[in-house]
Write a protein that binds this ligand. Structure first.
Ligand code: CO
Length: 134
């Protein structure tokens, strides 16, 4: 059911430092910071030949990644995003198998303007999973 790995998201305490590390040390193609107030994050996109890395930094009071950084002060992998063809069909199949969908269970428009859902990390080997309808 899942398709390509769309991105790996990494929460970082210092966005400039993280972007510079990916650009200079690792030699990757790195975007300018993109504020996404609707998602409570500022994102730097790292483009790799086969996928993307998204460096996430909290934006605003109610950022969903602030609590993660409080627990992981030096940053860490926040979630993986897999592409699916039909997000509602994927959700219904997963719910039928007992997986927990976060929030109200309805897809939201994600950072790339496409519908996304998040799945409970305890149901997926301790990894927060995002599904994006590609
Ligand atoms: Co994501």
């Amino acid at each position: 059911m899942i398709g390509r790995l769309n991105h790996v998201a990494i929460a970082v305490p210092d966005l400039e430092k993280a972007a510079s590390m990916y650009r200079s040390t690792l030699g990757a193609k790195v975007s300018d910071p993109v504020p996404e107030p609707g998602h409570g994050v500022t994102v730097v996109f790292v483009e790799l030949p086969n996928t993307k890395i998204e460096l996430l930094h909290p934006l605003g009071e109610a950022s969903p990644i602030q609590a993660f950084l409080d627990k992981n002060p030096s940053g860490g992998m926040h979630h993986l995003c897999y592409e699916v063809d039909d997000i509602l069909a994927a959700r219904d199949k997963l719910k039928g198998e007992g997986a927990r969908v976060l929030g109200n269970g309805e897809p939201k428009v994600g950072a790339h303007g496409k519908p996304v859902l998040f799945l409970h990390p305890k149901d997926f080997c301790g990894t927060l999973v995002e599904l994006e309808q590609a």
